[in-house]
Design a protein. Structure first.
Length: 426
């Protein structure tokens, strides 16, 4: 039987799509290789969001292309870099055999068997619901609710590589959720580039979440990513009504400066962002909030950057994903004047990191002594250890027998180390 080795980069969307890729390959007669250098086909599922992500994934692909034992594997580039560069990848890299965009994964088996080098990156032809998939994240599962993005934040390549936003029907989503809960899954994460703009006929995201929360209970429900502009009171209300909807929202601010937010085309101001934070904390005290921030967007002055620092200080996010701005060809920001020199972007990034790391540690240490429900996700690295997650998505390590993946248990936190916590069962 021919075998494959797959490596996945990028966001949860790629993770979920790669489960479909695996399902497609297994059902067309491939098996998983024990080791990369034994595989007949190498798949690299790539991310294009920042230049470094792109370079790293392509570097890894060309490294794996060497093969060993006197035979060369077929090298397949999937994901967002495939969509971005298409055929050009075949010209630039003689080691690459196939280029397959996210909407054409169902065509992979025929491409593999044809034996010729090819690129297939048509958009909008996906029918993911019909594709087989393999889930390997028990008891946690991703359920895609929208694909693509229409926001065109000026720095971002996602709308170009993932195409226009389309929403699945509530019926299809609820059916998938029902099957997962039936199979014992205990955490459902609804996925989309901007989940709040979900719409299918009369059903908004708030309406969908309400139905999913009912169908999933007692399983936990999360969702990523929320766009601050589209996060309304009705959604907060639905969250507050359902105890199994995790009190955790990833609400990327990107910047704390109104001028920069305008240039980014984010559609909100610092003031309206802060109002949403107040609303969420007012309705759900203790809610876990996280953010993404970009340092060194074109035209960002030192004063603008200070506004980003002060936003972090004011909100005190539980966690932050912090990036330095990276030009992406074809986006509006790549054409904007006022480029911030790369060393300055890096230095600003470090200043954001320093502040956020301190806040993250402080907020984590506040949990010591508290008792929290934890979903057990699997064994830890050491004998007798279990790993779990809190509703706030914090990692918890516990020494405890008698429970297994998919069980909920109450844990008293005894020690915190960044995002990882240690505790004992109560
Ligand atoms: N749809 C999601 C995820 C987008 S990509 C969202 O809107 O939040 C994840 C993060 O990467 C973004 O939130 C942003 O902070 C960052 N990002 C996107 N494009 C970038 C770029 N060109 N340079 C640096 N960071 C970028
Ligand atoms: Fe990119 Fe903005 Fe869409 Fe997020 S919402 S994927 S940052 S364009
Ligand atoms: Fe990257 Fe594509 Fe996700 S560009 S962030 S893997 S949608």
């Amino acid at each position: 039987m021919p075998s494959f080795h797959m490596e996945v980069y990028g966001c949860q969307m790629n993770v979920r799509d790669s489960q479909h890729l695996e399902g497609i390959l297994l059902s067309s007669g491939y098996e998983k290789a024990e080791r990369p250098d034994e595989a007949d086909a190498i798949l690299v599922v790539t991310c294009a969001v920042r230049e470094r992500a792109e370079v790293r994934a392509l570097g890894r692909a060309t490294q794996l292309a060497g093969g060993t034992r006197g035979r060369k594997p077929l090298v397949v580039i999937c994901g967002c870099v495939a969509q971005e560069h298409g055929e050009n990848l075949l010209k630039r890299f003689p080691q690459i055999d196939l280029v397959v965009g996210p909407d054409t994964y169902h065509r992979l088996p025929e491409m593999l068997s044809s034996g010729s080098r090819a690129a297939l990156v048509e958009q909008g032809t996906d029918d993911y619901e019909a594709l087989p998939s393999v889930r390997d994240t028990f008891p946690r599962a991703f359920v895609t609710i929208t694909r693509g993005c229409d926001n065109f934040c000026s720095y971002c390549i996602v709308p170009f590589v993932r195409g226009r936003e389309r929403s699945r029907t509530p019926e299809a989503i609820l059916e998938e959720v029902g099957e997962l809960v039936e199979a014992g899954y205990r955490e459902i994460t609804l996925l989309g580039q901007n989940v709040n703009s979900y719409r299918s006929g009369e059903v908004s995201f708030a309406g969908l979440l309400d139905r999913v929360a009912r169908a999933a209970a007692p399983a936990w429900v999360r969702f990523v990513t929320s766009h601050p502009r589209d996060f309304g009171g009705e959604l907060a209300e639905v969250m507050a009504e359902h105890p199994n909807v995790c009190r955790a929202v990833h609400l990327p601010a990107q910047s704390g400066s109104d001028a920069v937010l305008k240039g980014m085309n984010r559609g909100y101001t610092r003031g309206s962002y802060l109002e949403k934070v107040l609303m969420l904390r007012g309705r759900m005290p203790g809610i876990v909030l996280s953010t993404d921030m970009i340092a060194g967007f074109p035209g960002e002055s030192e004063a603008d950057f200070q506004d980003s620092l002060s936003l972090l200080a004011e909100v005190r996010f539980d966690y932050g994903f912090l990036f330095r701005y990276s030009e992406r060809k074809g986006t509006r920001a790549a054409e904007m004047p006022g480029a911030v020199p790369v060393p300055e972007r890096l230095s600003r990034l470090h200043r954001l990191q320093e502040l956020q790391n301190a806040v993250t540690r402080e907020k984590s240490s506040l949990l010591v002594g508290r008792c929290l429900p934890v979903l057990v996700t699997g064994p830890g690295t050491h004998e007798g250890q279990l790993i779990g997650r809190t509703a706030g998505n914090r990692v918890v390590v516990v020494h405890e027998g008698g429970v297994s993946a998919g069980d909920f248990m109450d844990v008293r936190i005894t020690r915190a180390d960044g995002w990882t916590h240690y505790g004992e069962k109560v």
